[in-house]
Ligand binder design. Structure first.
Ligand code: ADQ
Length: 466
């Protein structure tokens, strides 16, 4: 859209995410919610193509229906630098407060910038006046900046799914001083939590060109923008229905034995080693005559081309072996560690069967597993959620058993408390958690974000007062 023209509201929605949904009716929270929306309104969904030898500009249409799906090209080299490198070996660890894991490489940043610029050019070519551009996550932090340089004045929103770095984290990023400017190129930056909003507010103050406006908005070189929290939700009712009608579970354990469940992508941010340690301590302290719980940890591998992920995988395998070695018996394996993807209906059934969920990340934007567990419970006999203070979900799910995942002893104590929690307390906690998950679901999240971005939530009027 040429400079000078006024954006209209409610044009098409253009969504950009690293991954595109597979199949015609995709499953999974965010993907399904955006699919549902685009199916109603039409629009365009852009994501990365599989890497090839060389990469050219433009978009390739890969699916046509009520809305279009298109890919941008990525060379193998760019995949290495943009995706494995800068996105997942710089931004991911940095935003999860793990500056010790950063791997510096100028080529990584160059690849990231090149891919972001290509995505911006592709969007600029297809965006009509009035279209809303919604960028997902840390893979595309520079796209809005490039779009503005190309003269695009459409509404641009960014939703960041991961936590925000604080000022000292950011100093470890060679491009740290530029990040506030990249964020300022959007109209709306959406974050998971209020804690993230505070962190970003501190970051923005590092850029002298950015000023706070009296009503809480921000301005940089005449461009106003907002930074607000929109905690992401799940399709709670859908998940509850799936859980209630789940097939029989192939668990082979006594029906009355307590089941403790963990479900995570295998990632160092999820606190799995600390969780295993907590369970180990719990086992060492437990009363020999008491219930014999099984802790089932499901953790499919991810990003296995990145060294830090291979390390955490090896570490967990060793810990799992040692824990079972120390505590297992002829008829009891206390820890079951499963690394494969589990069918969603079975997963939902496992959540419902579980007496305790261990959701103990060291840093996490939100953590959908915590919400899925709450949604899947039998309201008359609910299980207990043990939740880390460091999961974004802890801001909403205050009625969970909140723990510090670094404190092994406290974790062991929480497991013991959860296993023995009386029904009355479980019911009370569940009653407080349930509305947070069912009322603030994925549709609420999506509509809330887009209403703010498109200016139907007083955003325009509020901005006009500045
Ligand atoms: P993730 O880090 O991927 O997401 P999370 O929010 O927990 O983390 O979502 C994982 C999803 O994968 C859940 O829906 C879970 O059910 C599913 N899953 C995990 N293991 C599985 C298995 N073995 N089989 C099948 N399904 C499995 C990022 C951020 C989070 C943020 C989300 C959404 O890191 O903090 O909550 O985006 O914004």
């Amino acid at each position: 859209m040429p400079d000078g023209a006024e954006p209209m509201s409610d044009g098409r929605l253009i969504v950009v995410s690293n991954r595109l949904p597979k199949g015609d009716v995709p499953s999974g929270g965010l993907v399904f919610a955006v699919h549902e929306m685009l199916s109603q309104t039409g629009g365009l969904w852009i994501g990365a193509a599989d890497p090839t030898k060389t990469a050219e500009d433009g978009l390739t249409q890969i699916g046509k229906g009520v809305y279009d799906r298109a890919t941008f090209a990525l060379s193998e080299d760019e995949h290495r630098h943009y995706y494995l490198g800068y996105s997942n070996s710089m931004l991911w660890p940095l935003f999860h407060h793990r500056a010790d894991l950063l791997s510096f490489d100028q080529d990584d940043f160059d690849g990231y910038a090149r891919v972001n610029a290509r995505v911006a050019r592709a969007i600029a070519e297809v965006a009509a006046p009035g279209d809303t551009i919604w960028i997902q996550d840390y893979h595309f932090l520079m796209v809005a900046k490039y779009l503005r340089e190309l003269g695009v004045r459409n509404r641009i929103g960014l939703f960041l799914h991961i936590p925000c770095p604080n000022v000292s984290d950011l100093m470890a990023l060679p491009q740290g001083a530029d990040l506030p400017g990249w964020l300022a190129a959007h109209d709306l930056v959406g974050l998971q939590t209020q804690r993230d909003v505070s962190a970003v507010s501190d970051l923005l103050r590092l850029d002298r060109a950015i000023e706070r406006l009296p009503n809480g908005g921000w301005i940089r070189k005449g461009h106003r923008f907002a930074v607000l929290s929109f905690p992401i939700g799940i399709d709670a009712q859908g998940f509850a229905d799936t859980a209630a009608s789940a097939p029989e579970l192939p668990l082979r354990m006594p029906r009355d034995a307590p089941l403790i469940l963990g479900v995570d992508r295998l990632d160092y941010s999820k606190g799995l080693v600390q969780r295993f340690d907590g369970f180990d301590t719990y086992l060492a302290r437990r009363d020999a005559g008491g219930p014999r719980p099984t802790f089932l940890q499901i953790a499919p591998g991810s990003r296995e081309d990145v060294a830090a992920y291979q390390e955490i995988r090896d570490q967990l395998e060793r810990r799992a072996g040692a824990i079972n070695g120390a505590h297992a018996d002829l008829d009891w394996t206390p820890l079951r560690y499963v690394r494969r993807n589990i069918d969603r209906a079975i997963l939902a059934g496992l959540y419902r069967r579980a007496d305790v969920a261990l959701v103990t990340p060291l840093a996490d934007g939100m953590n959908l597993v915590a919400k899925e567990f709450v949604a899947a419970q039998d309201d008359e006999d609910p299980g207990v959620l043990i939740l880390s203070h460091f999961a974004g979900a802890a801001e909403q799910l205050r009625a969970a058993l909140l723990v510090n995942p670094f404190d092994t002893s406290a974790l062991a104590e929480a497991i013991d408390r959860a296993i023995h929690m009386p029904l009355a307390e479980r019911l009370e906690r569940h009653a407080a958690l349930r509305p947070m998950v069912f009322d603030q679901d994925i549709t609420w999240w999506r509509d809330n974000f887009l209403r703010h971005l498109r200016g139907h939530a007083g955003f325009d009027r509020a901005m006009a007062r500045f």
